[in-house]
Design a protein around this ligand. Structure first.
Ligand SMILES: NC(=O)c1ccc[n+]([C@@H]2O[C@H](COP(=O)([O-])OP(=O)(O)OC[C@H]3O[C@@H](n4cnc5c(N)ncnc54)[C@H](OP(=O)(O)O)[C@@H]3O)[C@@H](O)[C@H]2O)c1
Length: 277
């Protein structure tokens, strides 16, 4: 059995892909945890977990949103000899003004954070605000392609964080010293409204990308019409409500605390991103 590989759960996703790349750059053996990985990992099938955890010394956990499976996974990991866990959570997850504690996303992250804190091994929790890559790879990608970002975000701003910075902090916590027991609140260096973000993307892509504020109920109806399950649509609207209310605007110090440098700016993200055609 080869010890000390790092299992990157969510290793095909926005942060996990970057975490896997960062670890490989440091010569760390990486096992990608995902449904189509060479050693498949399926969150909802715990029978797949043992093979994924075999010979692993550290784990990066991107939880399965809406589920409360991080606890059993962490327990299993510790039984396999894992000594370090880095959990991706989210800003404001324990603050009632952000989300009701029984909302699916809040439950996932609250249960997950509790599980890693109680795991008995070295843990680090990452609490990012909205990812800049939502515009190029995630929730807003199709809207950017359509040049119209429709959201119930009002005039609210977010200090969008670059997924590359989240990954850099995760890699530091998985490989370096001094990150155990830390909760890193992660953001970019300054807040932008959705209109400002759209304008920066438009300028870089040469297209007239517009932000169109919509009412929350209309937004949920649009998502459901587009095929979202109603509960997921409501959850997404609730997450955007925090942005509208200004809760995602504050700049946090996690990137500087963890890495000793400033976070990447939205302009740097825009310049480097691979924009949908
Ligand atoms: N986007 C934001 O602005 C934001 C802000 C704060 C916090 N977050 C949190 O960030 C997390 C998402 O992280 P991310 O953006 O890095 O991931 P992502 O791009 O959403 O990718 C999800 C990953 O999970 C894997 N996955 C999905 N279903 C799975 C299943 N049933 N079994 C095993 N693996 C599964 C996928 O792999 P395969 O498809 O290959 O199986 C993929 O690698 C969420 O918990 C979210 O709450 C997001």
């Amino acid at each position: 059995m080869r010890m000390n590989a790092t299992l990157v759960i969510g290793g095909t996703g926005t942060t996990g892909r970057r975490v896997a790349a960062g670890l490989r750059e440091q010569g760390v053996a990486v096992r990608v945890g995902g449904r189509r990985a060479p050693v498949p990992f399926e969150w909802t099938d715990p029978a797949t977990w043992d093979r994924a955890l075999d010979g692993v010394g550290a784990v990066y956990v991107v939880p399965l949103d809406g589920a409360t499976l991080t606890g059993p996974l962490v327990e299993r990991a510790v039984r396999h000899g894992v000594e370090r866990v880095v959990l991706l959570s989210a800003r404001g997850i324990d603050a009632p003004e952000f989300a009701a504690a029984d909302a699916p996303l809040a439950r996932t992250h609250l249960f997950g954070e509790r599980a890693v804190r109680e795991s008995g091994v070295t843990w680090t929790i990452l609490r990012p605000t909205w990812f800049a890559q939502n515009f190029s790879e995630g929730f807003f990608r199709d809207a950017v392609r359509a040049a119209e970002i429709r959201l119930p975000a009002g005039e609210g701003a977010a200090a969008f964080v670059d997924a590359g910075d989240i990954a850099a902090v995760a890699v530091a916590a998985l490989t370096g010293d001094g990150h155990g027991g830390q909760v890193y609140e992660l953001s970019g260096p300054r807040p932008l409204t959705m209109a400002e973000a759209a304008a920066e993307i438009g300028a870089a892509t040469g297209r007239d990308v517009r932000y169109v504020p919509v009412e929350p109920d209309a937004f949920v109806a649009e998502l459901v019409t587009a095929g979202w399950p109603p509960a997921d649509a409501a959850d997404h609207a609730a997450a955007v409500a925090a942005l509208r209310d200004g809760l995602d605007a504050p700049v946090s110090d996690g990137v500087r605390r963890a890495l000793g440098r400033q976070p990447r700016s939205f302009a740097e993200f825009v310049a480097a991103a691979d924009w949908p055609g």
